[in-house]
Design a protein around this ligand. Sequence first.
Ligand SMILES: Nc1ncnc2c1ncn2[C@@H]1O[C@H](COP(=O)(O)OP(=O)(O)O)[C@@H](O)[C@H]1O
Ligand SMILES: O=COP(=O)(O)O
Ligand SMILES: [Mg+2]
Length: 558
Amino acid sequence: MAHLTDIEIAQAKELQHIKHIAAKLQVAEDDLEMYGKYKAKLPLNLIDEEKIKENNLVLVTALTPTPAGEGKTTVSIGLTEGLNIIEKQATVVLREPSLGPVFGIKGGAAGGGYSQVVPMEDINLHFTGDFNAIEKANNLLSALIDNNLQSKTNNLNIDPRTILWKRVIDMNDRSLRQITIGLGGTANGIPREDGFNITPASEVMAILCMATSFDDLKERLGNIFIGFTFDNKPVFARDLKAQDAMAILLKDAIKPNLVQTLEENPAIIHGGPFANIAQGTNTIIATKMGLSLSNYVVTEAGFGADLGAEKFLNIKSQYAGLNPKCVVLVVTIRALRHHGGSPKEEYNTPNVARVQNGFENVEKHIENIRKFHIEPVVAINSFISDSDEEVQFVIDACSELGVQAVVSEGWAKGGEGTINLAKAVVDVVENKATHYKPLYDWKSPVKEKIEIIAKEIYGADGVTYDKKAELNLRRINRLGFNDFAVCMAKTQKSFSDDERLIGRPKGFTVNVREIEIAAGAQFIIPILGKMMRMPGLPANPASENMSIDNSGVISGLS
Ligand SMILES: Nc1ncnc2c1ncn2[C@@H]1O[C@H](COP(=O)(O)OP(=O)(O)O)[C@@H](O)[C@H]1O
Ligand SMILES: O=COP(=O)(O)O
Ligand SMILES: [Mg+2]
């Protein structure tokens, strides 16, 4: 088959009017909030807690990925197509793409090949404006904080040196990481250090993902912890009366978005946090919406299972009362070669010895998934460069662990390429499902929660804490936030906090540099190693290969 690019495949598709996709979910056209012919928002009153309990949630995760990504989103979409082919009514529920990767290295997040959600250009660019709304709500709070510093009347006496809240922009722009604001004299505000994070790292994004209703969203926004006054009293967004104005900016963003797959199956896309610096899962509202309207929901969580899946299971599922019945672990031969020692230029060169050496990474992820009392299915996301010998090794090695490994050809063939994977997933869901169990109780002591994740999921021998992290623990205790979930900020390239340790590192400890507080999201965020919340563009950004013609046809978007 001639190799068309992702965007060529997507543009060749004649889309169904979104009302026909909604009809597959028994949602009437009048219930839709249309954004043109191919996008719509779904009203929150369609969420049905009883239906959620009856339907089946499947989580797609991956082994420790290479920078290109190993195909979670692509396999999630392909699996959904395959489930619908075998008569299981399935909806895929995904996160919204960030413009950072779109114009940076990785590209969009609408899948690939013949497993995509469409209209891919819209989804990868401005979609329905949710990222814009999140950005403005975040930056309104920043403006209100600096306005209060300047105020002569209702000044809260905030100590500018303690302000933790950063501005955000959805772009990879390293020049904005650390800036000085308020220059130019008394009319321009109080000079202080500030900086921009990328929008997926905003706590407003995390709050949108954790909110279970509009009232809950508003309360969480008010709980955002900003910093301290000069007499060391904590300051929250509610002290600036910011929560309602921020919620007004999010009044549409809280509703999940409905689009379609290439095979005209429903796709709900909502929220967009990264899993290395945030929780990396789509919104609770979108997952519940999908489960209210479909027999099967296939969803994904960012990067490897040590990040997105750990947070999906310990944070999102535990908080929202979700019960994932199967975890699909996406494995690529390319990533196994990498973990077996292949240099980047040999990622696409068959080498069964490297695959054998790298398999220890998969073994650890399988062990981890089972710690949540969930049975995994391994999806070997088939790449052109895979050799039969390497694939057979993975199938046999998984079989020795009692795990079914199935070749997934969704990228090349769409749903026809994932029927076997769909059948394997249905077998686990319908015949081997247990009740998932989180690894820790949010009410456990903070250090205990951190150590459970580090030891059980990363395989660390222990956890060390810098002095700043110990001080942060005392602050968390003083503020009464010990019962928050732990949202680890760690490199996605290794189980450890050292990106050079590939495969299944052993005999290491992880070091907590500091612990941030996201009081609105109810997370504490241990920062392991160097974490970047504002990525930079690469030497040759993807933007250089993009073009748009006079009739608006885009090329180069992936
Ligand atoms: N089987 C495959 N063959 C070739 N390219 C693929 C395949 N699966 C995914 N890709 C491409 O790899 C990139 C990452 O895929 P994606 O599904 O976004 O991964 P993840 O969600 O794990 O980051 C995308 O550009 C996608 O088109
Ligand atoms: O948070 C990262 O998500 P992907 O792994 O899908 O890029
Ligand atoms: Mg993805």
